[in-house]
Design a protein around this ligand. Structure first.
Ligand code: AMP
Length: 410
């Protein structure tokens, strides 16, 4: 995000939101009531060998952008150096009077289904849930541990990506596999990106001026990771991600849905063990696997240049997306709103038009002028009077996390 302009100094009553990934920490300092962003930044390439000149922290504060260059050996060092950039910019986070620290945590399992104040026991449980999210929960735990050490007097809150989908109906959350094995190992569909789906569907009701309880919604979160959800009356009734964030739509580097038989086939015929397949499905599939680029803009540029692999990747992406839209229309018995969000959903008019092409008989259409108008606002892109409202709503997971944390700590 670009918060370099217009940031006001001071951190009293603010929430520091921390999103720790395997090799990165994204953070934002914001005032939850006004949504004022006071500072933001990103630590990148944690644990990677980089040159002394490589920018590894970029911090946007009240006085502009500052940087740290050189290797960041671990998450603890990354967070400490980011705190130093805050201090150099005039904000000492330790004495600033922060209201809370809000942590994005990917997997809450069956246990956590609402924002939770972090205690030692909560950290231990999130750590135990790493068996369900081996790529995500361990860095989340690291971020929490280091933030608690740096800010021991500030309440810390975990906000779970799975929480919004905790109440999925049994038929939507159950895999048709051996029920004893599923029960013994916590295997069910959990769903992810929940903070985004919840925030965006709430904004849709505001934009439409409708009671959320009366709306049937389909939300399409299309970023590097991508997921779709079906929401009735403000509650999620289905979502495309499952036990892990691998299921569902085609993503930047993730396959989304596949025949699980592929894993057995590769083990038998290609000498690829489970870990090798899992790595391929997570890191070298999706757009990357099909076209050699994971970035949607790069994919579109390759299509423009006549690259046929890129064209196929785009077609597979759109085909999968339409399949989910169709399924959710049936599950909901029709939709009042279909909403695009996240990097691709917010920024690619072409993708939005292709995703909903030819659906006029369902009352679904995209107005080409509205769709291509340059705007960062939440907005309607369906024609006036259309039966189904089609919207673009910028997601804001940081704001949602900050507000959830602020409400919880009072
Ligand atoms: P996110 O994970 O939400 O940050 O989304 C990242 C994805 O959004 C990347 O694949 C970007 O290429 C894509 N994206 C960002 N801006 C645009 C744009 N103007 N047109 C198409 N895709 C975009």
């Amino acid at each position: 995000m670009n918060a370099a302009q217009d940031v006001r100094p001071g951190a009293a009553h603010c929430v520091l939101v921390i999103n720790t990934g395997s090799s990165s920490i994204k953070y934002q300092l914001l005032e939850p009531d006004s949504a004022d962003v006071r500072a933001s930044g990103q630590v990148s390439r944690i644990g990677e060998p980089v040159g002394d000149d490589t920018v590894t922290i970029e911090h946007h504060g009240a006085h502009g952008t500052s940087e740290h260059r050189g290797a960041i050996p671990d998450h603890g060092t990354g967070l400490r150096l980011a705190f130093e950039l805050f201090a150099r910019d005039g904000t000492d986070l330790v004495t600033a009077g922060l209201r809370a620290v809000g942590h994005r945590v990917v997997h809450g399992g069956e246990i956590f289904y609402r924002p939770t104040v972090i205690t030692d026991a909560v950290v231990a449980t999130i750590d135990e849930l790493s068996t369900l999210a081996p790529l995500h929960n361990p860095p989340n735990v690291a971020g929490i541990r280091y933030a608690r050490a740096l800010l021991p007097d500030v309440p810390q809150v975990a906000v779970f990506d799975t929480a919004f989908f905790h109440g999925l109906p049994d038929a939507a959350k159950t895999y048709a596999i051996d029920a004893h094995i599923a029960a013994a190992h916590g295997i069910r569909r959990y769903g992810f990106h929940g903070t985004s789906h919840e925030y965006v569907s709430g904004r849709v009701a505001e934009v439409l001026g409708r009671d959320p309880a009366a709306l049937r919604q389909i939300v399409l979160h299309l970023g590097n990771g991508a997921s779709a959800s079906a929401i009735r009356g403000g509650r999620a009734v289905d979502t495309s991600m499952g036990l892990t964030p691998l299921e569902g739509l085609v993503m930047g580097t993730r396959s989304g849905d596949i025949d699980p038989g592929i894993i057995a086939h590769l083990a038998r015929t290609a000498d690829m063990d489970v870990e090798a397949s899992y790595e391929m499905l997570n890191r070298n599939s999706g757009l990357e696997g099909l076209a050699g680029v994971n970035d949607f803009r790069a994919l579109q540029a390759a299509i423009e240049a006549g690259d046929r692999r890129a064209r196929l990747a785009y077609d597979v992406y759109v085909h999968r997306l339409r399949r989910y839209i169709g399924a959710y229309l049936i599950e909901l018995g029709g939709a009042d709103a279909i909403t695009f969000t996240a990097g691709v959903g917010e920024n690619s008019p072409a993708l939005r038009a292709d995703a909903l092409r030819g659906l006029e008989s369902f009352g679904i259409a995209v107005d080409s002028l509205r769709n291509t108008a340059k705007s960062r606002a939440a907005r309607l892109i369906s024609p006036e009077g259309a039966a189904v409202s089609v919207l673009v709503v910028p997601t804001d997971e940081e704001l949602a996390i900050a507000r959830a944390a602020a409400v919880l700590v009072g």
